[in-house]
Design a protein around this ligand. Structure first.
Ligand SMILES: [Zn+2]
Length: 382
């Protein structure tokens, strides 16, 4: 049985660390020691590209740990160490009925402390019950929030898993996302010509007007059931009496269909080109592909195992599509069929973030089932 007090204590302990992205040292070393104490082989030395650690000295390496089992197969369980900001000086507030929030001036960090706690508790339950299990691989990643950067620099040679679970989703315990989007960002720099707005407006070319003209022709919001587009920032101009010569606009594209995301990026590039040519300004347009979309079949071994674990833990299961990216995108790209599962976090990325102790307990019990039920693994990524 999951131990409610142990779960609550660990949750509060992890909340007490400041662990915004690129600042995961304290929480990282605490959990490294915890995994070792639970009898796992832990590696932080060969997990992360040196260049990443060098450019982020207050970050921590990705934590990889392994627990050998007696059942066939290998399963990956992952959660991330970092939180979004404002996440410094987090303090948890618990009501009598087990509702946990921050004090209102920071996030709580349940994203993704809830996931970390469920994995640690399930490992504690295995140690106590001596339950049989397959080889278990644990991966706690750093800087997941900025487009899964930590897992980008992870050494994938270490992983042997057939299937994986990333505990990093909102919604009722028992919810799993089988499909997640590609996320692309774009940046357009529009160059016109500066001139005095009063003395010589004829000599200037207004980059801001050219950019605005193009933007009105770019469709934003939900484009179709698979795809969203947003223009997020526009910066430019220097003074009211100067015709602006430089404007930068940035935005993002998400689509659960990877090709569609790429197509949309090309389409936006074409609109920007057409309207900047028309306005006689120059354009520099760059697209960055951050993560790739994935789709797991409801019949895949990773999904079947999840459903069976839910039944054993008396939890109702539901499969969904998410419009958020996670480390699961990377693991699927690396060839490990992985789904993201809900672990007790709501209103994430806001100071109103909250969780319930009873959800943390249910999530730990479900994770224990995922780790220990007997199953065979045959898997394919669509
Ligand atoms: Zn998260």
């Amino acid at each position: 049985m999951a131990n409610e007090k142990r779960i609550t204590d660990l949750f509060l302990k992890l909340v007490s660390f400041d662990s915004e992205s690129y600042h995961e040292q304290e929480i990282g070393s605490y959990l490294t020691a915890k995994l070792k104490a639970l009898g796992l082989q832990v590696d932080i030395r060969h997990t992360t590209e040196k260049a990443y650690l060098k450019s982020h000295p207050d970050s921590y390496p990705n934590i990889y740990a392994c627990l050998k089992g007696t059942l066939p197969g290998t399963i990956l369980f992952s959660a991330h160490l970092d939180t979004v900001s404002p996440g410094q000086g987090k303090k948890a507030r618990i009501t009598r009925d087990g509702f946990i929030t921050s004090e209102g001036d920071t996030v709580l960090g349940a994203d993704d402390i809830s996931g970390l706690v469920a994995i640690i508790e399930a490992l504690s339950m295995i140690r106590e019950s001596k339950a049989q299990h397959p080889d278990l691989e644990i991966l706690f990643t750093v800087s997941e929030e900025p487009f899964c950067e930590g897992s980008h620099y992870f050494n994938y040679d270490l992983l042997h898993a057939d299937i994986g679970y990333v505990l990093d989703l909102t919604g009722e315990i028992g919810t799993a996302a089988l499909r997640a989007p590609a996320i692309l960002t774009f940046k357009a720099v529009v160059c016109g010509k500066a001139s005095h707005a009063g003395f010589a407006p004829e000599e200037g070319i207004n980059a801001l007007k050219a950019a605005a003209d193009a933007i009105t022709h770019i469709k934003t919001g939900r484009i179709d059931s698979h795809t969203t587009v947003n223009i997020g920032t526009i910066v430019g101009g220097t003074a009211n009496n100067i015709v602006p010569d430089l404007v930068t606009l940035t935005g993002e594209i998400r689509s659960t269909d990877h090709e569609r995301a790429l197509m949309k990026a090309r389409e936006i590039g074409k609109i920007l080109t057409d309207y900047t040519v028309k306005s006689k300004v120059e354009l520099k347009y760059d697209v960055t592909e951050h993560i790739k979309a994935y789709q797991i079949s409801p019949k895949d071994a990773v999904t079947e195992r999840f459903k069976r674990a839910c039944r054993k833990a008396s939890i109702r299961e539901a499969t969904v599509t998410t419009f958020g990216g996670s480390d699961a995108n990377r693991f699927n790209e690396a060839g490990i069929a992985t789904i993201v599962t809900a672990c007790g976090m709501e209103r994430v990325h806001s100071t109103g973030e909250y969780t319930y102790i009873k959800d943390l307990v249910r999530s730990a019990e479900l994770t224990f089932q995922l780790m220990t039920i007997q199953d065979s693994f045959k898997t394919s990524i669509e």
